[in-house]
Design a protein around this ligand. Structure first.
Ligand code: RB5
Length: 144
């Protein structure tokens, strides 16, 4: 994996996994920006999704990881930002395909849905998968 910066965010429903993913990033010497939340207190996920998305659009970060209870709220909110392709993944096959075929720039995870070990495996696969371009490029362009 080339040097990348990852923006990471969660609400209270994803806070435990955010800590685990940060641990993963630290262990792999991957630079990150943490846009919150910073405690288990209940909070709203849309502003956190938007903050993370904007870091990617402004090129302060290359990729993002957003976690909430299901992964759904974060993906819906992040995908409202033009230029964001957020993929909610619950398995490694989708994680790889979301990079290879869809050039996803945000990975969304659901802490109440996906087991921690699987979630961390998804992170690993997603961060290490590249966009295949070719026939997929024009399709991604169509989205934009
Ligand atoms: C919070 O209870 C929960 O609604 C949130 O984490 C997320 O799952 C929303 O999609």
């Amino acid at each position: 994996m080339k040097n990348i910066k990852v923006v990471i965010g969660s609400d209270h429903g994803g806070f435990e996994y955010k800590k685990a993913v940060i641990e993963y990033l630290k262990n792999h010497k991957i630079d990150y920006i943490d846009v919150g939340t910073y405690s288990y207190d209940s909070c709203d996920y849309p502003p956190i999704a938007q903050k993370a998305a904007k870091k990617i659009i402004s090129e302060e970060a290359d990729k993002g990881i957003l976690i909430c209870g299901t992964g759904i709220g974060m993906s819906i909110a992040a995908n409202k930002v033009k230029g964001i392709r957020a993929a909610h993944c619950t398995d490694t096959f989708s994680a790889k395909a979301s990079r290879a075929h869809n050039n996803a720039n945000i990975l969304c995870l659901g802490e109440r849905i996906t087991g921690k070990s699987i979630a961390l495996e998804i992170v690993e696969v997603w961060l290490n998968s590249e966009f295949e371009k070719g026939r997929h490029e024009k399709r991604v362009d169509m989205i934009e």
